[in-house]
Design a protein around this ligand. Structure first.
Ligand SMILES: [Zn+2]
Ligand SMILES: [Zn+2]
Length: 208
């Protein structure tokens, strides 16, 4: 039994060549094939349920965005009427303003918003369009997630290893792992989540 894991220092994006994600149209699972290297940043998504496709050179961010704005109240002049709100799907935003009540006189104001990309608290989205990952499993401590089969396999080897070795640069995916995923006390729980994810895989080990 192999109880050592050698961390080669790959960043998370190394595994973004193949990502299983939830289709924004039909909620079935689709697969990304991607090139996650900044010079050739590109990805195509194809849904296995409804054949919906997305391409980075044609389609925009579908993930969560933070909309922020403020204005003086148009009724009483109070500064400020503020809005700070997370929108789950950037592609569904119509117009760039929203209504908000003045904290002083309670009248409705139209506040224009500026948007910046954000991440859900479990970080379980794809890096190209921000779609929800298909391979995620909630545990008591947080969400165990992976992009695809190869990523999940590495996560499993790492989790089962009694001894973890590697260069540990600060960009290494495993170095940046949250503590609850690293601690041996949660090993059994994490491995259980991983085996549930393995059963749902639609990509193959070693292909990405
Ligand atoms: Zn679909
Ligand atoms: Zn007011």
């Amino acid at each position: 039994m192999n109880t050592r894991y050698l961390d080669e220092g790959f960043p998370l994006l190394h595994w973004a060549t193949e990502v299983e994600a939830v289709c924004p149209k039909c909620n079935e699972v689709g697969v990304f094939s991607g090139n996650p290297y900044w010079k050739d940043w590109h990805a195509t998504f194809f849904c296995h349920g409804c054949s919906h496709s997305l391409q980075t050179d044609r389609d925009g961010w579908h993930g969560p965005v933070l909309g922020m704005g403020r204005r003086p109240c148009s009724t009483c002049g109070h500064q400020w009427v503020r809005v700070e709100k997370v929108f789950d799907d950037a592609s569904k935003i119509n117009g760039e303003s929203t209504k908000s009540k003045c904290p002083q006189c309670k009248s409705e104001n139209e506040v224009s918003l500026k948007f910046t990309r954000t991440e859900p608290t479990d970080h379980a989205i794809d890096p190209f369009f921000g779609l929800e990952l298909a391979l995620k499993e909630d545990t008591r401590h947080g969400t165990v997630w992976a992009y695809g089969a190869t990523h999940l396999e590495q996560l499993k080897l790492y989790t089962s290893a009694q001894l973890r070795e590697g260069d540990g640069t600060k960009w290494s995916y495993f170095t940046r792992h949250p503590k609850w995923l690293k601690t041996s006390k949660n090993r059994k729980m994490v491995l259980k989540a991983i085996s549930k994810l393995e059963k749902r895989l639609i990509t193959n080990k070693g292909s990405g």
